[in-house]
Design a protein around this ligand. Structure first.
Ligand SMILES: Cc1cc2nc3c(=O)[nH]c(=O)nc-3n(C[C@H](O)[C@H](O)[C@H](O)COP(=O)(O)OP(=O)(O)OC[C@H]3O[C@@H](n4cnc5c(N)ncnc54)[C@H](O)[C@@H]3O)c2cc1C
Length: 304
């Protein structure tokens, strides 16, 4: 993309928050992906509004990412601007009424620890999910019987035409791994969580137990994006993949984890193309064998 035009982005956001030709493998848990023309790390809502306004004016495409833990970025990178709503935008405040207000870039583990410190229960299920609260709202992330939707009071959003709106939980259109955020191309800015008073020791031991279960069952020693496929109704993706004989199936350095067949892992130097080929092979084999169509949970962005 035209370097001179992109260089002007430094006029709308602090140049220290702007990175050119940024390797996306440094920003994704898969450790895969070519370079983004520009990556910006906003520190406030004004930054986010300014960058989006500028991109719209210049007709430059932009993409929102959080911690990159549910993303597959193409080997040829991303043309345009990546807006990383991450730890630079992650303030957190505990209210007096069992609520926590948090900016979208805060990591779920941090929010869970703050809830624990304040004796608030409800967040334990999410403490080991390696994403931001913004990404979790967008995806309605869930684990161990809990979903983000269960603890949301309201969400502050930015619409593509620059309007800031606050939606209560029941207007967020939460479904399985989806919400109004993706349907309307909103950006999550802030989240207000409603938790319950609880016993600090019980909260701590539940978090410990769930995180131990993750370490035991999931291939956390390898880069991945968590569960690669959504759970098809009435089945478990990992079980179908295992029963199709695909445990350990490999394309280059991309592999179906032998520890948990629902995870595709990067054995070291996997490319996005290898991961995608492997995912397609898995979908085809499961479809042939069980007549069940697996849908990716991982989101693809960029040029493949
Ligand atoms: C080891 C491992 C375990 C995992 N376990 C689980 C699990 O148990 N349950 C589960 O649900 N997921 C799990 N995941 C997947 C992932 O962590 C979640 O989907 C998480 O919510 C993604 O958050 P993120 O900040 O990393 O988002 P990203 O991966 O950066 O982005 C995901 C999507 O959200 C959008 N997005 C991100 N931030 C915002 C924002 N502020 N506003 C609007 N859109 C935004 C992006 O555009 C993208 O479409 C796991 C991943 C890994 C690597």
């Amino acid at each position: 993309m035209e370097g001179d035009i992109l260089g002007n982005i430094r006029e709308v956001i602090n140049p220290e928050q702007v990175f050119f030709e940024e390797p996306m493998k440094n920003h994704t848990s898969f450790r895969v992906g070519g370079t983004a023309d520009v990556l910006v790390k906003p520190t406030c809502i004004t930054d986010i509004e300014a960058v989006i306004g500028w991109c719209e004016e210049q007709s430059i495409p932009y993409y929102i990412i959080g911690n990159g833990s549910n993303l597959l970025v193409g080997d040829n990178g991303i043309r345009g601007v990546v807006i990383q709503i991450g730890t630079d935008f992650s303030e957190i405040e505990v209210g007096e009424d069992n609520t926590i207000w948090v900016q979208a870039g805060c990591m779920l583990g941090k929010v869970a620890n703050v809830a624990l410190e304040h004796g608030l229960t409800g967040m334990e299920f999410a403490s080991g999910i390696p994403g931001t609260i913004g990404g979790a709202v967008m995806m309605n992330a869930g684990a161990y019987g809990g979903e983000i939707k269960d603890i949301i009071e309201c969400v502050t959003l930015l619409s593509p035409d620059g309007e800031v709106l606050i939606l209560p939980q029941d207007q967020m259109e939460f479904g399985y791994r989806e919400s109004i955020v993706s349907k309307k191309n909103y950006i999550v800015l802030e989240v207000k969580l409603r938790l319950e008073p609880g016993d600090v020791d019980s909260i701590a031991s539940r978090m410990k137990e769930l995180n131990a279960a993750r370490r035991e069952k999931q291939p956390l020693e390898f880069p991945s994006a968590g569960s690669t496929f959504k759970r098809p109704e009435g089945y478990f993706a990992g079980k179908l993949i295992m029963e199709a004989g695909l445990a350990g199936y490999r394309v280059g350095d991309a592999q179906v984890s032998e520890k948990h067949c629902g995870f595709v892992i990067n054995r070291g130097n996997a490319t996005a193309k290898e991961i995608l080929t492997l995912m397609n092979d898995v979908v085809n084999r499961v479809e042939e064998q069980f007549k069940v169509t697996l849908e990716p949970e991982v989101r693809k962005i960029g040029e493949f």
